[in-house]
Design a protein around this ligand. Structure first.
Ligand SMILES: [Zn+2]
Length: 396
């Protein structure tokens, strides 16, 4: 549960951070402590803080932080994740000579700690990647996009951004890749048997044919309708599922009348690692959304053209990763809000944008929780309901 770049949230473990924090603090003070260090290296090593620095150097190196002698290779780039450890004690003070000042090569003491932490976590993630299953890899890749972690830090300032404790529990388990219920063995609706460790349970609930027309459709509708709510908040005339005057019912599910421009939209939610999606995506992050948008465009662009408008597919993954077109659409709404006088400054426009993204993320997670909760209530375990359902008497 501790904070990790890919799988986890909360705060970092202090045991993971203490060595890095000591190193950064020593680097900040390097210019001042150097004058007390005797020039003879063997004598210097007997000093407690020099000895501690040498120990930490070894420890950080074992965690995967690269060592380097001399100056940093690319000192112009502050976010450079290159080597951070000067290889000898003497080079230490030269390397971090001015770090206690405002900036040294764009790096302050706090930033140094963050940079080294990032390097250590990247190395840990690379280790875990080697032993991860296919499903875990796809989940991690999906979480790497823009949006999945928004619900963790959204401020509950409106009805749309409030999430109940129960929904939060399901959303958090889903985010961490844990099964919603570790004890059930079968899907209650279609009888699908989960893997022994229940790792495919959440994925099955997201694509089970029996739930597809129920809670899964409700999630889609809730997101699409909230898109229209955001449109109206921005002063745009928006309609959800506009009825056709005549002809086929097959049409995009939203329409937005911007000034001098009509935009047809269609909302779609995809789970990145359903068995059918895995065949399409081939381990490319976001590829499942790309293919969804491509399909929607092919389907609806002729309709939009015929009706004198444009078309945009609003695709989001079940973890909340937004497709680029979805974010562009929300940005367009924010600009429209500024033009219509709903928001009055650039700062307020940005707030409108952040609020819109947060509301959509929370609504998605609430609906995810609803799906998982309902499925768990209906689920069966091998020793009870499943046999009973098939007409076999339970053995006692
Ligand atoms: Zn099922």
């Amino acid at each position: 549960m501790c904070l990790r770049r890919l799988s986890g949230f909360g705060i970092r473990r202090s045991t993971d951070l203490r060595h890095i924090a000591y190193w950064s603090a020593a680097a900040q003070a390097a210019r001042f402590t150097q004058q007390f260090v005797p020039p003879n290296p063997s004598v210097a090593r007997s000093l407690p803080f020099v000895a501690a620095r040498v120990d930490i150097y070894k420890h950080l190196k074992s965690l995967g932080v690269l060592a380097q002698s001399g100056q940093r290779a690319n000192s112009d780039n502050p976010s450079d994740k290159g080597p951070w450890l000067p290889s000898s004690v003497k080079e230490f003070s030269d390397f971090y000579a001015g770090i206690s000042g405002d900036f040294y090569a764009g790096v302050s003491g706090i930033k140094l700690q963050r940079c080294i932490t990032a390097v250590v976590e990247d190395a840990k993630d690379a280790d875990e990647w080697l032993t991860a299953t296919k499903l875990e890899k796809m989940r991690l890749l999906d979480l790497r996009g823009r949006g999945p972690s928004v619900f963790l830090s959204a401020i509950p300032n409106s009805a749309a951004t409030v999430i109940t404790d129960r929904d939060w529990l399901f959303a958090a388990r889903f985010y961490l890749g844990l099964p919603p219920d570790p004890f059930c063995t079968h899907c209650g609706a279609c009888g699908f048997r989960f893997a022994r460790d229940n790792s495919d349970q959440a994925t099955h609930y997201m694509c089970c044919v029996k739930y597809r027309r129920l809670t899964v459709t409700m999630r889609h509708d809730a997101l699409g309708q909230h898109g229209c709510v955001l449109g109206r908040r921005a002063g745009v005339a928006a309609a959800w599922e506009p009825p056709p005057d005549s002809g086929a019912r097959d049409r995009p599910d939203g329409v937005f009348h911007f000034v001098g421009d009509t935009l047809y939209t269609d909302t779609t939610v995809r789970h990145a690692y359903t068995p059918s999606a895995m065949k399409v995506v081939n381990f490319k992050p976001g590829a499942v959304l790309e293919s969804a948008v491509k399909g929607k465009k092919k389907h609806y662009c002729p309709f939009a053209k015929e009706n004198g408008g444009r078309f945009a597919a609003l695709a989001i993954s079940t973890h909340g990763r937004f497709h680029e077109d979805f974010l562009i659409f929300i940005k367009k709404l924010s600009w429209e809000a500024l033009n219509n006088g709903v928001v009055l400054s650039e700062k307020q426009r940005r707030r409108f944008l952040i609020q819109a993204v947060a509301e959509l993320s929370i609504i998605l997670q609430r609906q995810n929780a609803k799906i998982l909760y309902r499925c768990v209530l209906n689920s069966r375990s091998y020793s009870h309901g499943y046999r009973y359902r098939r007409g076999q008497r339970r053995r006692t």
